[in-house]
Design a protein around this ligand. Sequence first.
Ligand code: TMP
Ligand code: ASP
Length: 237
Amino acid sequence: MEKQQFLYEGKAKRIYATADPDLLVVAYKDDATAFDGKKKGQIERKGMLNNRISSFFFQLLASRGVDSHFVRQLSDTEMLVKKLDIIKVETVVRNIAAGSLSRRLGLAEGTPLSRPVLEYYYKDDALGDPMINEYHIYALNLADRGQLLKIAEDSLRINEILSGYLRGKNIILVDFKLEFGLFKGEVLLGDEISPDTCRFWDAETGEKMDKDRFRRDLGGVSEAYAEVLDRLTGGKS
Ligand code: TMP
Ligand code: ASP
């Protein structure tokens, strides 16, 4: 499937049309941003690494019965996806306190949570993606009850699948963010699942293997992303 006209550009990806109106090409960039775009930079080989890592996770989820927009990987930096009507609700699932949860609730980073926490955020860059609850979602007509139930169930199921899989690769899944959309009326997982959108900690050392290395200027960012891919693919990247 050839990419055709350029449609739009996000912070980490470019989107292109294809000959099929139901399908898009996503091209992953090396650009990195944090803190609502206030911090900008580049992570060497990130486009390739995140495309491959996301492709891997989408295929893993499909094999366990969780469908997404992913159709197939097209090249090192590109994947073919179904065109979704974006639902403006992002979910974050957390297993261990970190980041904004640690700040908001005064929990030391690394504090285990006795059960997974599911949070909703309003996908709106201008507002800085504020946290919302189900009442906001219904009041703003962002999703209906059936759609939100599917979003919540898929998010928690994805947590189970990915946490278990990554544990076998000596990686702790601390937390992650997901986005969803509608394809022919059906709620489908969209966007990406990568070290840009997840917190991964090495199970032995606790070392961060994700975008927190960029956000917090820890160095070794590209190397950490490459290590995640290596562990997923058994070094055959
Ligand atoms: P947080 O602790 O900053 O709220 O982040 C929770 C998770 O969501 C973490 O794995 C990083 C991911 N995330 C994104 O993918 N995009 C974002 O814009 C933010 C703020 C977090
Ligand atoms: N991707 C978001 C941004 O640019 C935030 C983040 O991941 O920290 O700003």
